[in-house]
Write a protein that binds this ligand. Structure first.
Ligand code: IPM
Ligand code: MN
Length: 374
């Protein structure tokens, strides 16, 4: 039987976005050849150059257009000639909201051979996932400013969460714990008494219940209520400030972390640097509902100063392609990409930093393709 064909929208974006995206496309297409599925790519020129030329950030029917695809690959958004905020809000955040991509999935996994700034920590210590809620919080757009530019100006930007938003995000996170660990193979961070009690993994809520006594109280109550449906998952809680500390000192304590949009934004940059930096950290903006369209991207920005030089690291984009295949149901192909990436980081690349990899951008993509095996 002929394999499936997936329609993928590619928004390569600004700066080095197109260079890294080309490598991601190369790798996922090769995976398709090996594992018997096809990927049909269509490019969209949405980004800073189009905005500067037309004055339009996104076409009005952008979300409707993307709904005709199976998934979206995004390179990077951010242009040195465009005021910060316009493209980020107008493209990235708008698509996340319009496509209701309510999960921002950000694995923090240190691959072999990759340098981490954390002393005495290796791949066996740094392997967890952050589930960042992706639609609410201070990102919701509620707020405003009055008497702007006067000594009396007042600015307000509200942290808002509905029970519905919190619950669907928590449910996704609980399911992810189950996906990560079968009951026969519980997460190694569990204590023997937890394993004896039938737990297979742990869900840490990262919050701030000591100050944000409305919003994170809602999260915590919801975690405990939804948690009753997941007796195999150990419930854990950590304030966001302490989470930052433990992510540096004892990252092996984490399995799956779930948190709101703003805390999630902040802690995932910290997580990214512990796994080797923006050259390798990938994420997915996921709408897990039936028919939902998800969008995968490197966590880092467009790094405009490196544009066209062939020195930028494509691993983050390649790993976002791997996450895309996994979400499309091509788990074996995704696992094969990860295996190849790990081979290349362990045996080939000198560093994950731009210009220091020992290879050019396209050579890194070629290495991942060459080591991809069924
Ligand atoms: C991210 C980015 C975005 C965010 C910006 C560019 C709007 O920092 O994806 O983490 O804050 O979500
Ligand atoms: Mn961020």
């Amino acid at each position: 039987m002929a394999g499936k064909t997936y329609k993928i929208a590619v928004i390569a974006g600004d700066g080095t976005g197109p260079e890294v995206e080309a490598e991601a496309v190369k790798v996922v297409k090769k995976a398709g050849e090996l594992f018997g599925f096809k990927l049909e790519m269509k490019d969209f020129d949405w980004g800073g150059d189009r905005y500067l030329a037309t004055g339009n950030v996104l076409p009005d029917d952008a979300a409707a257009t993307l709904r005709k695809f199976d998934a979206v690959l995004l390179g990077a958004i951010g242009h040195p000639k465009v005021k910060p905020g316009i493209l980020e809000k107008g493209i990235l955040l708008k698509l996340r909201f319009d496509l209701d991509q309510y999960i921002n999935l950000r694995p923090v996994k240190l691959y072999p051979g990759v340098e981490t700034p954390l002393a005495n920590k290796g791949p066996e210590h740094i392997d967890y996932v952050v589930v960042r809620e992706n639609t609410g919080d201070a990102y919701c757009g509620i707020g405003g400013i009055m008497m702007k530019g006067t000594p009396h100006e007042v600015a307000e930007q509200c942290m808002v969460y509905s029970r519905f938003q919190v619950e669907r995000c928590l449910r996704y996170a609980f399911e992810l714990v189950r996906k990560r660990h079968s009951s026969k193979n519980p997460w190694r961070g569990l204590k023997p008494e937890d394993v004896k009690a039938g737990k297979i993994g742990q869900l840490t809520l990262c919050g701030k219940t000591n100050v944000l006594t409305y919003v994170y109280d809602l999260w915590e109550r919801a975690q405990h209520e939804v948690g009753k449906e997941y007796p195999d998952v150990k419930l854990d809680y950590c304030h966001v400030d302490a989470t930052c500390m433990w992510m540096v000192k004892n990252p092996e304590w984490f399995d799956v972390i779930v948190t709101g949009n703003l805390f999630g934004d902040i802690i995932t940059d910290l997580g990214a640097i512990t796994q080797g930096g923006m050259g390798i950290a990938a994420g997915g903006n996921i709408n897990p509902d039936k028919g939902g369209i998800s969008m995968f991207e490197p966590i880092g920005g467009s790094a405009p100063k490196y544009t066209g030089m062939g020195v930028i690291n494509p691993m983050a984009a390649i790993c976002s392609g791997m996450m895309m295949l996994d979400s499309l149901g091509e788990a074996k192909a995704a696992a094969a990409i990860e295996k190849s990436v790990m081979y290349v980081t362990a045996n080939k690349m000198k560093s994950q930093a731009a210009g220091k990899m020992g290879y050019s951008t396209s050579q890194v993509g070629d290495l991942v393709v060459a080591n991809l095996k069924k």
